[in-house]
Design a protein around this ligand. Structure first.
Ligand code: NAP
Ligand code: ZN
Length: 348
């Protein structure tokens, strides 16, 4: 298959920094859209992948799945986009055409990065690059009334929190809690508030109280303070837990109402201390999980954000600052999503 080269940032090994490299993109197939990437958000999953935290990374790895840009070329059968349109690409670039929720397809799906590339061999490369080529049915329409750089994080942080809010049918008057105020956490607050819920933030960080309230939370509970935790026992219909590392989930379960659900979106792995089932049994409570969101649901979320003027709080960085940004993300030192200005890569 014919290819063309673009500049990208990726890493050759788990213990190496990301660096400038050239990667191949396929020449357009009939249903493909070529997007000139203007901004790409920096998700904690990018860091997990670059550093092989989940043990499945193939190198070189080029992360990035919060992509927005402009369409620069279209294949002969493309109908949804024309040259010059705004376009978004999230976590999925190919998958089952029949599954409404591609992310749960029994046949799997192609992730934007670190998935087998069915066209070129090797693995897929993500959005830390000048351009990307994606089948049009996996490309999203971006509302044109929103600040484009602040839209990028909606493509992962937005949809990953929107999907459980919708699945568990959050509505006006429900009480939702969010654990962790980072990229996913701040979008969870904004989206839950947008759906009419009352929102409480659980945070380890005392310094985020004012920010959380500005984002729309009505309360902040410092999760390390037992007195504050006890005060919110039996309070929440739904908790979205965005913490990326193992942590004790039991204290949060006690804050669920009868029949409430705690949804893990941040941590993949075994929990310790182990989960005490007594509060689950006695209160018909659930601990669940959720992964990203399908294409139709992502479009629904983007349209909702367009109508409600919801975008991410972003700190713009240059591509060359990515390694430092990863270190800062590990210290929760970002308000609240790094977004790469891709002009910095093009001009490098
Ligand atoms: P992030 O911006 O780094 O935010 C994570 C937040 O969790 C931090 O701001 C911090 O909030 C809290 N936190 C961090 N380390 C912690 C620790 N050791 N113990 C307790 N709290 C901690 O990360 P993100 O981009 O939002 O991603 C969050 C997680 O979701 C990552 O693991 C990512 O890979 C995963 N993810 C999952 C999906 C999915 O489909 N399920 C999609 C995207 C991302 P406070 O300072 O407020 O405590
Ligand atoms: Zn992500």
């Amino acid at each position: 298959m014919e290819t063309f080269k673009v500049k990208a940032y990726g890493t050759q090994a788990a213990d190496k920094d990301l660096e400038l490299m050239n990667i191949n993109r396929r020449q357009l197939l009939a249903e493909d859209v070529e997007i000139d990437i203007l901004y790409c958000g920096v998700c904690h999953s990018d860091l997990h992948t670059a550093r092989n935290d989940w043990k499945g990374t193939t190198y070189p790895a080029v992360p990035g799945h919060e992509i927005v840009g402009k369409v620069t070329a279209i294949g002969s059968k493309v109908t949804k986009f024309k040259i010059g349109d705004l376009a978004g690409v999230g976590c999925i670039v190919d998958g089952c055409p029949h599954c409404k929720e591609e992310q749960y397809s029994a046949d799997g799906f192609t992730s934007t990065y670190n998935s087998p590339d069915i066209h070129l061999g090797g693995t897929t490369f993500g959005g830390y690059a000048e351009k990307v080529v994606v089948k049009e049915s996996f490309v999203l329409k971006v509302p044109d009334n929103l600040e484009l750089s602040a839209v990028a994080p909606l493509l992962c942080a937005g949809i990953t929190t929107w999907s459980p809010l919708r699945h568990w049918n959050v509505k006006e008057g429900d009480h939702v809690a969010v654990v962790g105020l980072g990229g996913l956490g701040h979008m969870a607050i904004k989206l839950a508030v947008g759906l009419g819920a009352k929102v409480t933030l659980f945070s380890r960080s005392t310094g985020k109280v004012d920010d959380a309230k500005q984002l729309g939370a009505s309360d902040v509970v410092i999760s390390t303070d037992e007195v504050q935790m006890n005060k919110v026992a039996n309070t929440f219909d739904l908790i979205i837990d965005t913490v990326p590392y193992n942590h004790d989930v039991n204290p949060y379960v006690t804050t669920l109402k009868t029949s409430g659900t705690l949804v893990m979106v941040g941590y993949l792995g075994e929990l310790y201390p182990t989960l005490n089932t007594a509060p689950l049994v006695m209160g018909r409570k659930s601990v669940a999980g959720s992964v990203i969101g399908g294409i139709a649901e992502t479009q629904e979320m983007l349209d909702f954000c367009g109508e409600h003027n919801i975008v991410s709080e972003v700190e713009m960085i240059n591509m060359q600052d990515i390694n430092e940004a990863y270190e800062r993300m590990l210290k929760s030192d970002v308000k609240y999503r790094f977004v790469i200005d891709m002009a910095s890569l093009k001009n490098s």
